[in-house]
Design a protein around this ligand. Structure first.
Ligand code: MN
Ligand code: MN
Length: 469
C-alpha cells in the first residue's frame, strides 16, 4: 500500500525508537547469541573485581597484549596493559597518530554492590556461627536475605602469604545465607519501611552450627569454624583483619525468558560494559588514534582510593605511553587529555513496566533498543554531572550513524526522583570530552540483574566503532 504524505513526512521527521531485534538477519542473530554465550561464561567466572582483573589479563595476553613495564619502547600497533593492585586494568593499543592529538578512551568499572566482611567478622550466638558484614555500594538490604551466597576474595597474612578464598561455587562446596524472619512472626518487621525492614547490622551470614567436641571450652561452634579454616588455609582469627572477603550471590548467570533473549546475572553493573569494552579493544588492529580501555575499581563507593578512577595510577600509565613512544615533554600529558575523547561506559536504568512511573517515557532507556547514552547524570538539577557538550554528542552520533548502529539518548528517571554518578566527571575534569553510555539494566544493583542480549552486542559494536574513529 502506498504511504500517505503524512506517513512519509512522519517517517522522515520523527525520531522513533525501535527494538534492535527487528530487521536482523540470521547471521546477525547468531553473532548476538554467540557473543552472549561468551559473556555469560565471563559473568560466571567473574563476581569480584579481582576475578575480573585476572580474567581480563588472560584475555589481553591471548590477544597479544604485554605488560607495559616489560616494554622499553612502543610503536604503532603495539598492545600493552597495566594491572593496578590486582583490582583495576588499563590497556592500550598504540595508534599511528601522535598521542597528544588525543586518545580514544572507553572506561567501565568492575566492582559491584556486595557485602564485605568486617575486620572482626566471626562470632557465635545461640549455638550458631555467623559473619558480620558491611555492605559495599548501594543495595536494597532486604534483597540480600534468604538467597544463596558465596564467599570470595583474599586473606593476606602478615608473613606476606596471600590466600585465595572461593567457597560456594563448586558443586561440592557448601553455600551460605543470611536468614530472614518468618512471616508468622514478622508483624512488627512488616510495619517498617522497605528501607528500614532489614538493617545493615542484620546482614549476618550464617556459616556454622557444629560445636567443637570439648566440654571445657565456651564458643564451641566458633572454635570449630576457626579450626576448619585453620586446617584448610592455615589462618587464625586475626588474619581476617587483613583480608578482603566479599559475600556475593551464588546465582549462576543464565539466559532469561522463553525466548532466551535476555541475560540474568549478578554484577552486570558494570561488568556488561567492562566485558564489551575489553572485547572491543582486543578486536582492534592498528588504529589511527591510540585506543585505551579502563576498568576501574571503587566506582560504587565514589571512585576514590588508589584503585578507583581518581587514582594517580591512570596518569602514570598514560605518561608511560608517552615516554615509551618517545613523545613525552613539558605539558604533553595535559595536552593529550585535552584532545582526547571518551565513552564512560556504565549501565543505566531500563524502563521497567512494573515501575514505569519513576521514568519519563520520552527520555527513558528501553531494554533491547541499544546502548543508552546519557548526556548528563547527577541528581537535583544535574548536580555532580559533567554534561557532555552538544558538539561532542553530535560527533558521537556521526560515528554511530555512519555504521548504522542503533542507540538511544536517555535521561535516568524522572527529575528529582533520585539520580546517580559515574566516572565521567573525573575524566572530564582533565579536559577530556566525555559522554556516559551503557547497557540498560532491569533490577540494577539487585543480586540478580537483567540485560538484553541485543544491547550487550550493540554496546560491543558501538565501542568498536568509537575506537576505530
Ligand atoms: Mn555502574
Ligand atoms: Mn552501580
Amino acid at each position: 500500500m502506498e504511504k500517505s504524505e503524512g506517513q512519509k513526512l512522519k517517517a522522515k521527521l520523527f525520531d522513533e525508537r525501535k527494538s534492535g531485534w527487528e530487521h536482523l538477519d540470521n547471521d546477525q542473530k547468531t553473532a548476538i547469541l554467540d557473543f552472549n554465550n561468551d559473556y555469560i561464561d565471563f559473568l560466571n567466572k567473574c563476581k569480584t573485581e579481582r576475578e575480573c582483573a585476572k580474567f581480563t589479563e588472560e584475555l589481553l595476553i591471548q590477544n597479544g597484549f604485554e605488560q607495559i613495564d616489560k616494554k622499553k619502547t612502543l610503536n604503532p600497533g603495539d598492545k600493552v596493559y597495566y594491572i593496578n593492585r590486582k583490582k583495576a586494568v588499563y590497556a592500550a593499543v598504540i595508534g599511528k597518530d601522535m598521542l597528544e592529538e588525543g586518545l580514544n578512551l572507553v572506561g567501565a568499572h568492575i566492582d559491584s554492590p556486595r557485602l564485605d566482611l568486617k575486620p572482626n567478622p566471626l562470632y557465635e550466638d545461640n549455638n550458631l556461627a555467623l559473619l558480620k558484614t558491611h555492605y559495599y555500594g548501594g543495595i536494597k538490604k532486604y534483597q540480600w536475605t534468604a538467597i544463596p551466597l558465596v564467599i570470595k576474595g583474599v586473606i593476606a597474612k602478615s608473613n606476606g602469604e596471600i590466600i585465595d578464598i572461593n567457597i560456594g561455587e563448586d558443586k561440592n562446596d557448601p553455600i551460605f545465607t543470611i536468614t530472614d524472619l518468618l512471616p508468622h512472626l514478622a508483624k512488627n518487621q512488616e510495619k517498617k519501611t522497605l528501607g528500614e525492614g532489614i538493617a545493615g547490622e542484620d546482614l549476618n551470614v550464617l556459616v556454622g552450627s557444629l560445636p567443637y567436641d570439648d566440654e571445657k571450652v565456651r564458643e564451641k561452634v566458633k572454635l570449630n569454624i576457626l579450626n576448619i579454616l585453620n586446617q584448610k588455609y592455615g589462618i587464625t582469627e586475626r588474619d581476617f583483619t587483613s583480608s578482603e572477603l566479599e559475600v556475593v550471590p551464588a546465582f549462576e548467570a543464565k539466559s532469561l525468558g522463553f525466548d532466551a533473549s535476555m541475560v540474568a546475572a549478578y554484577g552486570q553493573d558494570d561488568r556488561s560494559c567492562a566485558y564489551t569494552t575489553i572485547r572491543a579493544l582486543t578486536s582492534l588492529q592498528n588504529p589511527e588514534r591510540t585506543a585505551i580501555a579502563l576498568l576501574a575499581d571503587k566506582e560504587e563507593i565514589g571512585s576514590m582510593g588508589n584503585t578507583g578512577m581518581s587514582s594517580q595510577n591512570f596518569e602514570v600509565f598514560i605518561a608511560k605511553l608517552l615516554d615509551k613512544t618517545g613523545q613525552n615533554g613539558p605539558n604533553v600529558l595535559e595536552k593529550t587529555f585535552c584532545n582526547s575523547k571518551m565513552l564512560s561506559s556504565d549501565v543505566t536504568s531500563a524502563l521497567d513496566p512494573t515501575y514505569a512511573d519513576v521514568e519519563e517515557r520520552n527520555n527513558a532507556a528501553y531494554l533491547g533498543c541499544g546502548i543508552a547514552f546519557c548526556k548528563y547524570t547527577g541528581h537535583g538539577g544535574k548536580s555532580g554531572s559533567s554534561d557532555a557538550n552538544a558538539e561532542f554528542v553530535a560527533k558521537i552520533r556521526n560515528i554511530l550513524e555512519k555504521k548504522s548502529l542503533i542507540y538511544q539518548m536517555t535521561d535516568m528517571g524522572k527529575i528529582d526522583v533520585g539520580g546517580g554518578g559515574t566516572i565521567a566527571l573525573i575524566l572530564a575534569n582533565k579536559g577530556i570530552d566525555v559522554i556516559d553510555c551503557g547497557v540498560p539494566v532491569l533490577s540494577m544493583h539487585a543480586p540478580y540483574e537483567v540485560t538484553s542480549k541485543f544491547d550487550i552486542y550493540n554496546a560491543y559494536e558501538v565501542y568498536q566503532a568509537f575506537y576505530e574513529d
